[in-house]
Design a protein around this ligand. Structure first.
Ligand code: GDP
Length: 425
């Protein structure tokens, strides 16, 4: 029998929700959103298969695994398993629309995710559309991490790109890694928390990562960035401020915990770098999604209104025992009928159950529940608060509708355009 709490690997026991990250990848057009997404699916598809090695079905060699290369996101949301420190995390990658104009589609995708990766071009830094994306995320209070991509591109300059995040976005970025080299000479990354240098062999598609000493000519640079990182962590956590002043050692775990809290509160944005094209840095970016972006229980409780009184606010806890509520954020035609993508905010949805669509007052039968992966789908008996699933069997539910328990109706979203974006300046 399935439960909301399952074993999460060695030592730690985290609930399924604690292991879940609902995130999106946003970017200025051409910054590399599609390529980063493909790599995320590649690596997580890979690890997913690696998890099945005991069944003798998986190949461990990246180069042999042509099939997973070049897969694009097909789905409004894709579940990407990512093992880290002995824990099987569940990343739900939510597709954010490609266009970044001010539309309800973009707004809605921002609403269902708990965190975002914002991708920048390593040569251009912040571009006009990055500003739009950033404001939309700000408006929906979405915690963010940054990925400075294309470090292999001619003219790529991490310092410049980092500077534009401060100047043009008015953000508070903090580098958690820096590149080793740039353009044709881009070789790898240095993890500033641990001061470890990782050199990649691009020919091996990121499969070959060598840990080496920090090159001599980068040592001063590393200390400068690390000092900025520790200082930022100390600013974010009172407990660390004193240690910082007293020049006591602050551990990588302490730095990470301070940054995680700061990211959740949207006071800081950890910055990663790499080259999605050359398969460099995306695995560490996925680690960053786990380390710094919140799980669904860490974001504020969802608010809705009563069906007959939009002034009456209702709050629902992130609890699988609370009354069920979910928001439909996309409906996609499929060979087996419509797939209705929904984010469950509270309660538990059972396969075969009847739910109320509070937008039109109709009852719906959820005949099947699926977890959507890049290449297959997993049938589920239940879906819990914090999860993103695709439902089959719904006949009268569209994007933006709320599904809820008939005896506890709620409207999570009114079909109205929000107020205009407030200027950041
Ligand atoms: P999107 O418009 O943000 O989805 O960007 P794409 O992923 O389609 O990438 C735009 C172009 O940049 C394509 O030609 C990619 O091959 C290229 N590109 C993406 N990532 C990198 C990278 O890390 N390095 C370099 N040199 N080119 C990249």
């Amino acid at each position: 029998m399935s439960t909301a709490t399952t074993s999460a690997g060695e030592g730690k026991k985290l609930s399924r929700i604690e292991r879940t990250r609902n995130f999106g990848i946003c970017a200025h057009i051409d910054a590399g959103k599609t390529t980063v997404t493909e790599r995320v699916l590649y690596y997580t598809g890979k690890t997913y298969k690696m998890g099945e090695v005991h069944e003798g079905t998986a190949t461990m060699d990246f180069l042999e695994d042509e099939q997973t290369r070049g897969i694009t996101i097909q789905s409004a949301a894709t579940t990407c398993p990512w093992p880290k420190d002995g824990v099987d995390y569940i990343c739900n990658l939510i597709d954010t629309p490609g266009h970044v104009d001010f539309t309800i589609e973009v707004e809605r995708s921002m609403r269902v995710l708990d965190g975002a990766v914002v991708v920048f071009d390593g040569k251009e830094g912040v571009e006009a559309q990055s500003e739009t994306v950033w404001r939309q995320a700000e408006r929906y209070r979405v915690p963010r991490i940054c990925f400075v991509n294309k470090m292999d591109k001619m003219g790529a300059d991490f310092n410049y790109a980092f500077g534009t995040i401060i100047e043009r976005l008015g953000a508070n970025p903090v580098a958690v890694q820096i590149p080793i080299g740039a353009s044709d000479d881009f070789k790898g990354i240095i993890d500033l928390l641990t001061r470890k240098a990782y050199f990649f062999s691009a020919e091996e598609l990121g499969a070959k990562v060598e840990e080496k000493e920090i090159p001599d000519d980068l040592k001063d640079e590393v200390e400068k960035w690390r000092h900025a990182l520790v200082e930022k962590a100390a600013e974010l956590d009172e407990g660390l401020t004193e240690k910082f002043i007293m020049e006591e050692e602050i551990s990588p775990d302490e730095i990470m915990a301070a940054l995680r809290k700061g990211t959740l509160e949207r006071k800081v944005q950890p910055v990663f770098c790499g080259s999605a094209l050359k398969y460099i840095g995306v695995q560490r970016l996925l680690d960053g999604v786990i380390n710094y972006l919140p799980n669904p229980q860490q974001v504020p409780e969802v608010q809705g209104t009563a069906v007959d009184d939009k002034e009456k606010k209702i709050t629902r806890p992130h609890d699988h025992e609370a009354p069920f509520s979910a928001l439909v954020f996309k409906v996609v035609s499929d060979t087996h009928g419509d797939l209705t993508y929904a984010r469950v905010y509270s309660g538990t949805l059972e396969k075969g159950s009847r739910v109320l669509n509070s937008a039109n007052g109709k009852r719906e039968i959820v005949s099947r529940i699926f977890e959507m992966h890049a290449k297959d789908r997993i049938s589920r008996d239940q879906a819990w608060a914090g999860e993103i699933v695709a439902l089959v069997g719904l006949k009268n539910s569209g994007t933006g509708d709320t599904l809820c328990a008939a005896d506890a109706p709620i409207v999570l979203e009114r079909m109205e355009f929000p107020e205009p974006v407030i200027s950041m300046s």
